[in-house]
Design a binder for this molecule. Structure first.
Ligand code: FAD
Length: 413
């Protein structure tokens, strides 16, 4: 079978839907090809189903949240800024709100509303959508794109192709890294693929005993050879092999690049709101209240119950010691532990559990003003397939929407 269109978009994620929608809105006849049985499968699970679609901050701040390759995004972000993105969704009937850390969510708290709005946008602008179509070849003639071919051998012909198949993280959503091989075959350089924003694996056995425990309002510092790199305040979750949760995912981006370069540790301050003096006063109060109890039964007011046996094991105070016999030195040792619970990081989980992919198409090979490949004329790249990955906070989706928009706009020129 052979099909012809003015613009073909490969991949129905945020980048692809935005590209297809704007190209069609500007009058192009657009065919959107998606491997899955539905559009936006990953988008639906973003922000734990609430979709943190962008961040309410200056463009400069968005750029800074992509530490290595952020400046590549300037044109895309100035063409579709975070404010314009919010406006875009408001006009489609999905108003947004700002939460802690300037994170922007739909007012309805539903990622489904974002996907639905995009589907309506595509439909209203006449985009033809073909689902369950897995592309596995980019058709070229010399250094010009001619279309794409699917796994069944069907050809879709166009001299403008916007290629947005995503990265290799969370492959269950469709982004299984298909794009890299196709782009390599077309002559592009793919910077090595690694998981980013990913749960971390810990060395200590006690960590696994805490599986499922979420600690809110704690502070975790990331250390390399005892030197602090960065710290984050918020929620941390213990897993079956280490730690995860919002602050760990954010810190993980700085872990990935440092693995193998030295001793990596997280130091968790379980009581960041109390300085050492205040925490010591608090311990003395609790110890007075529970003076006749055993040490292991004295921490219930201070810590979640699951954490108590672990803390009791980690300090040298015998678990059955009477609280009124705990020495000042022992109390200080407990205090130090509560202010700096150390977790040694020995690796990260794999791409299967990563929020984004680090690496991808070398940015030097893409024109940042148009998103067109510098190697293949008529081929436009957008979204996570490119070597751009940012911190958590809505930055990755903003980048996908903005690069998709810029690619879609230019694909019709
Ligand atoms: P994708 O969303 O991955 O879309 C690519 C599409 O291409 C998929 O539909 C895929 O099926 C299709 N495709 C792949 N290969 C082919 C092929 N061969 N042929 C045809 N189609 C193909 N970012 C944020 O900013 N905020 C968040 O709240 C947030 N939460 C997240 C939560 C989770 C659990 C995960 C995994 C990620 C989250 N992200 C978040 C990251 C964000 O979802 C991605 O950066 C973004 O979806 C990338 O968009 P994309 O369009 O480039 O790729």
């Amino acid at each position: 079978m052979e099909r012809q269109a003015q613009v073909i978009v490969v991949g129905g994620g945020p980048a692809g839907m935005m590209a297809a929608g704007i190209a069609a809105y500007k009058g192009a006849e657009v065919l959107l090809l998606e491997k899955n049985e539905q559009l936006g499968k990953k988008l639906l699970i973003t922000g734990k189903g609430r979709c943190n679609l962008t961040n309410d901050c200056q463009i400069e701040t968005i750029v800074e949240n992509f530490p290595e390759t952020g400046s590549f995004l300037y044109s895309a972000l100035y063409t579709l800024s975070n404010y314009q993105l919010r406006n875009f969704f408001a006009q489609l009937g999905v108003p947004t709100k700002v939460e802690r850390g300037n994170r922007v969510f739909p007012q309805s708290d539903s990622a489904g509303d974002i996907v639905e709005a995009l589907e309506v946008y595509l439909k209203d602008n006449g985009v033809e959508i073909k689902l369950e179509t897995a592309i596995d070849e980019i058709l070229l003639e010399a250094n010009e794109v001619r279309g794409v071919k699917d796994r069944e051998g069907n050809c879709y012909l166009a001299d403008r192709v916007v290629f947005t198949p995503g990265g290799a993280s969370y492959p269950s959503t469709g982004s299984s890294g298909d794009g890299y091989e196709m782009l390599k075959a077309a002559g592009h350089t793919i910077k090595s693929i690694k998981p980013s924003l990913v749960p971390l694996k810990a060395k200590e056995d006690w960590v696994t005993k805490l599986e499922g425990l979420a600690l809110k309002n704690i502070e975790a510092g990331l250390y390399l050879n005892e030197e602090e790199i960065k710290s984050e305040f918020g929620e941390l979750l213990f897993t079956d092999s280490g730690v995860s949760g919002p602050i760990v995912l954010t810190l993980s981006r700085d872990v990935v690049s440092r693995l193998g370069t030295g001793k990596i540790q997280l130091k968790i301050d379980l009581k960041p709101a109390l300085n050492e003096e205040k925490l010591d006063n608090r311990l003395q109060r609790d110890f007075k209240k529970y003076s006749r109890k055993q040490f292991k039964n004295s921490l219930g007011d201070l810590l979640p119950s699951k954490l108590i046996p672990v803390i009791v094991d980690l300090v040298s105070i015998p678990a059955d010691k009477k609280v009124n016999q705990i020495t000042v030195r022992e109390r200080k040792e407990l205090l130090q532990l509560l202010k700096g619970l150390k977790v040694t990081i020995i690796g990260t989980e794999g791409l299967r559990q990563a929020i984004v992919t680090k690496g991808g198409v070398e940015i030097d090979e893409i024109n940042p003003k148009t998103m067109e490949s510098k190697l293949i004329s008529g081929l436009y790249l957008a979204g996570e397939i490119i070597d751009i990955d940012g911190y958590t906070g809505g930055f990755n989706l903003q980048a996908a929407f903005s690069t998709g928009y810029l690619a879609g706009l230019n694909a019709i020129n």
